[in-house]
Write a protein that binds this ligand. Sequence first.
Ligand code: ZN
Length: 307
Amino acid sequence: MIDGFKIIDVHVHPFPTASVGTGAQFGRLAVGLTGTVEELLPLMGETGIDRGVLLGATPVGDMVEAAWSKLGFEGDLCDEDEECQAINAEIVSRVRRRNAWVCAVAREYSVFVPFVSVDPRMGVESMIVEAEAKRTEGARGIKLHPAAQRFPPGDRRMWPVYTWAEENDIPVVFHTGWYYATGQQPEYSEPKRFADLLRDFPRLRVVLAHAGGGYWDQAIELAQAFSQVHFDTSVAFTASPAYRQPLSDDEVIALIRAFGAHRLLFGSEYPWLHPIREATRITSLPIADVDKRLILAENAQRVYGLD
Ligand SMILES: [Zn+2]
């Protein structure tokens, strides 16, 4: 509890060691946090974040392209080459290892809810096999990053995964909006690109992270057109200039009204941002308590089926 509010943080990136978490932040800790479970648990316990949704995402496209460019390959040309194929296979195997680790962490600590990832480079059947296998290990959702994984949201290779998720009632979270890592393709994360998928999968529980990440009008348009889509507040409503210049209270309140409080799930983007400071941003907004309760926990409970 923070200020008497139950809190579920739906956007947490855990790392197995402080050095991996520091490396993911390009060596400079944004708010002094490294991302280990040992760091996060007491932080949640002391200050009252009840649950954390662990997003086990791997920036496969970024990693593959970095490895390819060392060999002098570019883009799809690499697909013909054995050495490149081997690189792809190694990086895809990291997705599986990371998924297994996130599930193991959540089995050990029941405050955590594990979401895993798949990648089109696995091939369609292997993506389903991986998703199904991790579901039996406790995974409750899927996290995808179209920009960092280099596939457009309308990529039909992913349709069987969404069919599987819809049939099994598994929510899918997508990164949307801002993306500044190397090899960026920000157009893959523009909210308007998700319209096809939302149209074809009306019962799929879709959450768009960062509430559109700067593309507010596109995201609000989706909210109005598709009732099954929800949005997380991570980075979008940040309290901290360490990572992104915060919107003013008035701007945040205008966005909450435009989306509807019942469509927004609180997320922190730990360790890039501080979960307590981010949660306090919401608790301290001059909005009705009933809306704060929706954003801070009740929407996550409903959309993700959490207690
Ligand atoms: Zn994130």
